[in-house]
Design a protein around this ligand. Structure first.
Ligand code: ZN
Ligand code: ZN
Length: 729
């Protein structure tokens, strides 16, 4: 069967102008034998990397494209905002296109929408393929006598005809056919598809009407996906051009496949570079670690008794960071957080697995001494790690803008960017949107407002309440309203900026990925998942933890500095007693249930307290009561009892599994962490493969006869397996 290449279409990333998932277009393209697909969103190729990934997976070529806006001149802001479809011919074209889009979002370019000037369009290189787009093309909206008309007409690689049976489109197609003969520029058949099916087109219409964005005589424009025969039929019905001409124009869409190179995305990990080269960063990092380690020894922040343990761990961690080329990342974190602290900002103690890194403690990334608090490094990072490093930072909300600004100043505006995020319509939102649309349709039909309107705000509010208590019943009761429900649920309708995330990159972002301007800060056109899955860029998350804010405020009130953990007396009996009197400001114990558990345990130190934190999770239910009543748990052997003595003998933390495998069975940090993960993912074969070395290690530590020792180890491994899903990290 004959096929064509859909190069002009819009998914819900053309915000509010489509309800269709781009995945549906990919499915249709594959079903109908297309070799490639270009999803030309309005203005910005949002989340384009996942579209690239999805096309690749589906086995069709991804053509990088956008339907961008043009303006005659940037000098005086006129809302002319013409349309043009741009496609990248190759990798250079992709970067040029992204740079153009990024530039179009700059303040001097933006006016209602992001635009480039006629001059910028005319100066594009041959690496970008352009078509004249829809009726919003300057070739349609400008008179042929306009001084720049022919200059523009000559620039396009293709003149785009569309098959809508609308008088204006008929006239435009004829004009394009004349131009094509005059200039020798080929015609190409654009579909301007906005919906994957008739149903999705109705959903789009609801969305437009609810947002009062309806465009009058859109009815004569059929923007629904067409198969090859349907497309031919459309042009035939339109009867604007000879058959041979439009058949050729349809065939020309397939020429795009040969005209464009495969887009290759480098997804390898890209940590920032601070001092010119990675080698230089590495040297600087070693210097920083050594200097800060010595400082902490000199000042007594790290005690003499911990010195040797720190030395050994630092050497091992540095070897791993070197191997993973993470030096620049760790150095950037150290410099950033040190800068924050120098500014007097309050930064949280530590969040997540980085709490196990001695190097992170020494370099002030965290303020939690892993030797003192028995946290392990290999959960944060080990030499087999393939995931990009990830450190979350807790800060105070009002400090965050200054932190972002500092990052941009330090690393340059070209290599830093905020992260996009997208808003979708949720269950109740769908009811609101459809309600708004049906209400205005009802008013149009019945004339004027009336209390009988079944979709009045009051009625919609009641329907939402009904939906809350009985979703399925409500759907059946209001079939008109819920007819659109499935089509509109989870449709992306808005774009914003992730409040916490920032990317710091070793490569420029405007051209490689595309950015838009958010109040003077660049923001990537990609969201967190796209960045994680397709770019290899390191993201920095500055999260807001209200506890940090409250502690800082309390310190301000009594006139002291935000305390460091080594300055705090963790064994102050008065504090542990006082904690039982109120849950105010007790992080994670704010709820009555959690506070109740805390009171049962009556913690006398941090280890007690973190045991309560672990067991108040739903996953801690199995040992919660025993642990809170301080019943000591017996393990298969005294060496394991000893290992878990801080937990009253319970296997609570993921660290415990690692410690068992590493300290008792003698496995390396990475081997231990890999086995922990394998157990968590129920990959029995990987545990079996490691079994001989685990048993060997355990038996050599045990003074029991071989057979008995093996039995003990196996018994405990069973406990680990059984509990894998609820160990606390
Ligand atoms: Zn258009
Ligand atoms: Zn379009």
């Amino acid at each position: 069967m004959k096929s064509y290449t859909m190069y002009h279409c819009h998914s819900y990333y053309s915000l509010l102008d489509s309800a269709t998932k781009y995945q549906d277009y990919i499915e249709l393209a594959v079903r109908d034998g297309a070799k490639a697909l270009s999803i030309s969103e309005h203005g910005k190729p949002l989340n384009w990397t996942e579209k690239w990934g999805a096309c690749k997976k589906a086995g069709i070529k991804y053509i990088h494209s956008v339907e961008l806006y043009l303006t005659e001149s940037l000098d005086n802001k006129v809302r002319d905002n013409y349309h043009v479809v741009l496609m990248a011919r190759n990798m250079d074209g992709l970067r040029e296109l992204n740079e153009l889009v990024s530039r179009s979002c700059d303040e001097d370019h933006f006016y209602y929408v992001n635009r480039i000037s006629f001059d910028e369009f005319l100066n594009m290189s041959d690496n970008i393929i352009s078509t004249s787009a829809c009726l919003a093309s300057p070739l349609n909206r400008l008179p042929t006598t306009h001084p720049r008309y022919m200059e523009l007409a000559q620039k396009y690689d293709f003149l785009e005809i569309q098959g809508h049976s609308h008088e204006d489109q008929v006239l435009f197609n004829k004009r394009l056919f004349d131009l094509s003969k005059q200039l020798g520029t080929p015609l190409i058949a654009g579909t301007d598809t906005h919906s994957s099916s008739k149903y999705m087109a109705e959903c789009r219409q609801v969305l437009l009407e609810a947002k009062r964005k309806s465009y009058g005589d859109e009815d004569s424009f059929d923007l629904t996906y067409k198969t090859y025969p349907e497309l031919v039929e459309m042009f035939s019905r339109q009867a604007a051009l000879p058959e041979a001409v439009y058949l050729e124009a349809i065939e020309n869409t397939n020429r795009l496949v040969e005209m464009t190179d495969e887009i290759i995305l480098d997804t390898s990990i890209k940590y920032p570079i601070l001092y010119g080269t990675r080698e230089e960063d590495s040297k600087k990092f070693v210097e920083t670690v050594e200097r800060k380690f010595q400082d902490k020894l000199d000042s007594g922040v790290i005690s003499e008794s911990q010195k040797n343990a720190f030395r050994a761990s630092i050497d091992e961690e540095m070897r791993v960071f070197q191997k993973l080329k993470m030096d620049g990342f760790m150095l950037s974190m150290s410099e950033l957080i040190s800068w924050c602290k120098d500014q007097g900002m309050a930064i949280g103690t530590a969040r997540g697995s980085v709490g196990g890194s001695r190097v992170a403690y020494v370099t002030d990334i965290i303020d939690l001494n892993p030797e003192t608090w028995h946290t392990v490094f290999s959960r944060f990072c080990n030499e087999d790690r393939e995931e990009i490093g990830d450190i979350d930072i807790d800060c105070v909300e009002t400090d965050r803008p200054a932190i972002f600004k500092h990052i941009i100043d330090r690393f340059g505006i070209e290599k830093t960017a905020r992260v996009a995020s997208f808003g979708t319509i949720k269950e109740k939102g769908v009811i609101d949107e459809v309600g708004r649309c049906l209400s205005s349709r009802w008013i149009d039909m019945m004339g004027g407002n009336s209390s009988d309107n079944p979709y009045s705000l009051k009625n919609i509010a009641e329907i939402k309440a009904e939906f809350d208590s009985d979703p399925e019943g409500t759907k059946k009761k209001y079939p008109d309203l819920f007819y659109y429900y499935d089509g509109l649920l989870n449709v992306i309708i808005s774009q914003s900026v992730h409040p916490a995330g920032m990317v710091i990159s070793p490569i420029t972002l405007r051209d490689n990925y595309g950015v838009f301007n958010k109040d003077g800060e660049p923001c990537l056109m990609l969201d967190m998942e796209n960045i994680h899955d397709y770019t290899g860029l390191a993201k920095y998350d500055f999260l807001i933890l209200s506890t940090v804010t409250r502690i800082r405020d309390a310190c301000d009130l009594i006139g002291i500095k935000y305390p460091k953990t080594n300055e705090i007396d963790w064994n102050d009996e008065a504090v542990w007693d006082d904690m039982m009197t109120s849950n105010a400001m007790l992080f994670q114990f704010e709820s009555p249930f959690a506070f109740d558990c805390l009171k049962k345990m009556r913690p006398r130190n941090i280890f007690d307290m973190s045991l309560v934190t672990a067991c108040i999770r739903p996953t801690g239910a199995s040992y919660r009561d025993d642990l809170l009543s301080r019943k000591i748990h017996k393990n298969p052997s005294p060496i394991i009892d000893k290992l878990l003595e801080n937990n009253l003998g319970y296997l609570v933390y993921q660290e415990d599994t690692i410690a068992f495998l590493q300290q008792i069975c003698g496995l390396s940090g990475s081997a231990a962490d890999n086995i922990r993960r394998a157990i968590g993912r129920k990959q029995r074969d990987r545990l079996d493969a490691a079994m001989p070395s685990i048993l060997e290690g355990y038996c050599s530590k045990s003074d029991k006869p071989r057979e008995q020792a093996e039995q003990e180890a196996k018994e405990f491994l069973q406990v680990i397996e059984d509990s894998a899903s609820y160990q606390f990290g």
